[in-house]
Design a protein around this ligand. Structure first.
Ligand code: HEM
Length: 394
């Protein structure tokens, strides 16, 4: 077996500001270097290609999440007790508590409300004409998700900042990860108070979680982390998908005309958006035995970085990966993960993104950029900070 630390290395920092803004040239060079590439700064084996990313995500007995999916020890410690950071029976038990609330069948009950709210949000934006695409993208998730999860109505103004910080902190311990630690701890502290005071909304996912405490299925101590599990990834991720959709259709007007003419393509368009601009860049795993990936030896305890955003542009897997094309078969992307830890909220994310695209396609003839967009600097989430656009009414 080949020893990779002596094999392919990639020295540039893929978490430097410039790389966060434009990561794709880095990913392309790493894919050229090989299937397993040692990143000396992060001391991690990166997987830039599709096949190895998918295989590792599916092999959750060798590549475990329980010792953390972040690139630093502090966040891995703070994230203990979450569904994301657990393995085997423990993971299954945690996931079973509430994930069923986000399956398509359960979401049927709110789909009319989501459509109605999306209609209102889009009407208002079309009336204004000139908008910030990020504000438009945030409106529906903010109107739907905190109520569904059951987060109390006070302190909602902090949610986006806290959730963004929670993601940022999962990167390497660079300056912005350090800056994000207070936001992460404030969110966890507030979640502890919510559980202690039982201030969750009736009938919500969090309400069901507390009912599980009463039935003895889960301890009250576990609940704050489990609440953060669902509230933290519920906003930024979907805001990323919707704002990236707005930007991509502004840059590819022929794709927008096609979507308007053939709205049955919306579900696949959502896949293509998540493939082309994956909202989550990468998460880590740890090997729990000596193993190998594509002939490269990895000792037990090695950390491996699964780069979803690079896998989704791997030229070995995708024909013309740098082309945004809503007609391609994009369903096998791994932007929502894969295997045991595949995104528990993807049904909701798809519902919201599709509703927004449907309402926009009906009312908007053209989407135009009116200024340069600005990317948010976040170690994990790829989304715009500002996206100046004009919506031209149909
Ligand atoms: C476009 C939107 C979204 C994207 C791209 C996305 C992406 C992902 C990815 C890649 C993972 C896998 C993590 C891993 O491999 O360790 C994941 C897990 C997860 N996501 Fe999402 N997500 C989105 C929206 C949501 C929403 C709306 C929610 C909740 C309301 C949510 C809740 C979760 C949870 C709870 C997990 C952990 C599952 C587990 O460990 O078993 N996500 N997500």
């Amino acid at each position: 077996m080949r020893q990779t630390r002596n094999g392919a290395h990639y020295r540039p920092d893929i978490y430097a500001h410039s790389a966060i803004v434009n990561p794709y040239p880095h990913y392309a060079r790493m894919r050229e270097l090989g299937s397993v590439v040692w990143l000396p700064r992060q001391r991690v084996y990166a997987l830039p290609r599709y096949a190895e990313c998918k295989a590792v995500l599916r092999d959750d007995t060798v590549f475990i999440s329980g010792s953390g999916v972040a690139l630093n020890r502090i966040s891995n410690r703070l994230s203990r007790g979450t569904t994301l950071n657990s393995d085997g029976a423990d993971h299954e038990r945690r996931r079973k508590l509430v994930a069923h609330r986000l399956l398509p069948r359960a979401l049927g009950a709110i789909s009319d409300t989501v459509d109605r709210l999306a209609g209102q949000v889009v009407d208002d934006a079309v009336r204004r004409g000139e908008i910030d695409g990020v504000e438009l993208a945030a409106a529906l998730p903010l109107a739907v998700v905190p109520d569904l999860v059951g987060w109390p109505r006070d302190q909602r103004e902090h949610l986006i900042a806290w959730a963004g910080a929670t993601f940022d902190a999962l990167g390497p311990l660079n300056r912005q990860a350090v800056r994000s630690v207070p936001g992460t701890t404030q969110m966890l502290r507030f979640a502890r108070r919510v559980v202690r005071q039982r201030t969750v909304l009736d009938g919500s996912l969090a309400h069901e979680l507390l009912a599980s405490v009463d039935q003895g299925a889960v301890s009250a101590d576990e609940c704050p982390a489990l609440l953060v599990d669902y509230i933290a990834p519920s906003l930024d991720t979907t805001i990323s998908a919707i704002s990236n959709a707005l930007d991509l259709f502004a840059r590819h007007p022929e794709q927008w005309q096609l979507l308007r003419a053939e709205p049955h393509r919306i579900p696949n368009a959502v896949n293509e958006i998540v493939r082309f601009e994956s909202p989550l860049r990468a998460f880590a795993r740890q090997t729990c035995v000596d193993t190998e990936i594509a002939g490269a030896a990895l000792a037990s305890g090695s950390r491996v970085l699964v780069i979803y955003a690079s896998a989704n542009r791997d030229e070995r897997e995708w024909d013309r990966p740098e082309t945004f094309d809503i007609t391609r078969d994009a369903g096998r992307h791994i932007g929502f993960g894969q295997g045991a830890h595949a995104c528990a909220g993807q049904g909701l994310a798809r519902l919201e993104t599709s509703a927004m695209l449907r309402e926009l396609a009906e009312r908007v003839a053209r989407i135009e950029r009116t200024g340069p967009p600005r990317w948010a600097i976040n170690n994990i989430i790829r989304r715009h900070e500002r996206l100046p656009l004009r919506l031209v009414a149909a």
